[in-house]
Design a protein around this ligand. Structure first.
Ligand code: GDP
Ligand code: IMO
Ligand code: MG
Length: 423
């Protein structure tokens, strides 16, 4: 009974979708609590790859309910595209997908505002996914937003018109051209689809389910270092990506949360702008990018690549109250003779082991080297068959992070997942 949480500890794309899919058979309900179609969660099984943006990653397991929580922002156009892909695969959307009436809607003009804001920032741009995330959350906190529940009200057309009028004034200020015809056609088709789905009071639904002994897994989007409060501000997203986001984004109280599974890559990546102390903007980074296929699941952009960063991971574990870890993409390091681990930073001449307020060019990583394993991990299935060098790497991380690594992932497929909880 209760809720578990699974979330990213780095800058997103850690492999959350894969592990949610792997763990779903243990749960009755999978619930997304924040973010929106800026997320791209990849699942692979039976030789096919699926990318989800708004829909939780439990959707492929029959009978499991998938909730889009109140903390999520929904683009009706993208949601419809996702659903249109799932229906031919036999997914029973009407049965399995539930949407909070309190989730906010991304309007076509939110996306234009996202773009205008990025253009105006010039070199200082965030590197947003341009999905309208920031402007939609701004309207939410500014108390101007449109929620799923509003779609069923008679005054929805008026609310929509008023908000678009407000956005148009802003877009004029940015000298941004507005041509909404095509976007609005798709938008209103998406709205009709949402109205045909199960819109619910998800906070009641989830709490009643927990009371009835059902198991809920909350699925995070983005990663801790992109959190609006604790990430590398301003180069962050506009929601709370951390465990606390589960409470606000689903209405699940803190004392209902049990396991908190933090996911990290055996190295580190970031897409978009902002500080990244262990970035390898060189041949090493390129090798990781090619071997790890590090290109965005949502935007196709190249992901910046580098070594694992323990001060950042320790920070993320602290903020989230992580109880166990999942180490992803270990196989990507199969062909490295030396693997670096950042244990400290040199910050303005001082050696520090914490994530500082300002991360700029003054913050330099301090590394220790590990021997690589030079072994193909992708066929391995048991923890005791892992090469000694990898076991050393895992043992070191567990000790430094003071948290057990219960899963080691060695490939994108569901099956390429090693239970490390008994070793
Ligand atoms: P998410 O946003 O956290 O769900 O992660 P993404 O789907 O954006 O990015 C993770 C990428 O790594 C996807 O292409 C996955 O298929 C892939 N992936 C996940 N786990 C592994 C792994 O253990 N090894 C390899 N090689 N790829 C993985
Ligand atoms: P998943 O859930 C990686 C990044 C963007 C940009 C910043 C702000 O797949 O891990 P936004 O569109 O949210 O205003 O962009 O955050 N970003 C992500 N990076 N994975 C994601 O999601 C991301 N969602 C947003 O690249 O730097
Ligand atoms: Mg992703």
């Amino acid at each position: 009974m209760g809720a578990d949480v699974l979330l990213g500890l780095q800058w997103g794309d850690e492999g959350k979708g894969k592990i949610v899919d792997v763990l779903t058979p243990e749960y009755d309900i999978i619930a997304r609590f924040q973010g929106g179609p800026n997320a791209g969660h990849t699942l692979e099984f039976d030789g096919i790859k699926h990318v989800l943006h708004t829909i939780p990653s439990g959707i492929f397991r029959k009978g499991v309910k998938n909730v889009i929580g109140n903390g999520v922002v929904i683009d009706p156009i993208i949601l419809k595209q996702e659903i249109d892909k799932l229906i031919p695969l036999g997914v029973n959307i009407k049965e399995q997908l539930l949407i909070s009436k309190k989730a906010h809607i991304i309007l076509p003009t939110h996306k234009l505002l996202d773009k205008a804001s990025e253009i105006a920032k010039g070199e200082k741009k965030i590197g947003s996914t341009l999905k309208g995330i920031g402007p939609t959350y701004m309207d939410k906190t500014g108390r101007n937003g449109i929620r799923v529940g509003d779609l069923f009200e008679d005054n929805f057309p008026e609310k929509y018109k008023n908000l678009v009028a407000k956005h148009s004034t802003l877009l004029n200020f940015y000298s941004m051209e507005i041509n909404l015809d095509e976007l609005e056609k798709d938008f209103f088709e998406g709205i009709e689809l949402i109205k045909s789905l199960n819109a619910i009071d998800s906070e009641h639904y989830l709490n009643n389910a927990i009371k009835a002994g059902k198991k809920v897994l909350a699925e995070g989007a983005q990663g801790t270092l992109l959190d609006i409060d604790f990430g590398t501000y301003p180069f962050v997203t506009s929601s709370n990506t951390i465990t606390a986001g589960t409470c606000t984004g689903l209405g699940i109280a803190p004392n209902k949360i049990k396991r908190i599974i933090g996911i990290f890559k055996a190295y580190c990546t970031r897409v978009g702008s902002g500080p990244f102390p262990t970035e390898e903007d060189n041949e090493t980074g390129e090798k990781i990018r090619q071997l790890g296929h590090e290109f965005g699941a949502t935007t196709g952009r190249e992901r910046r690549c580098g070594w694992i960063d323990l001060p950042a991971l320790k920070y993320a574990i602290m903020i989230n109250g992580v109880t166990e870890l999942s180490m992803m993409k270990a196989d990507v390091l199969d062909q490295f003779d030396k693997i670096k681990v950042c244990t400290h930073y040199i910050n303005k001449g001082d050696k520090i082991d914490y994530f500082p307020y300002n991360i700029d060019n003054n913050v330099k990583p301090v590394y220790i080297d590990f021997d690589g394993w030079n072994t193909d991990l992708t066929e391995l299935t048991e923890a005791d068959t892992l090469p000694t060098e990898l076991k050393n790497y895992i043992n070191f991380l567990e000790k430094e992070l003071e948290t057990p690594i219960s899963i080691v992932s060695v490939g994108p497929d569901r099956k390429q997942t090693i239970d490390n909880s008994k070793s």
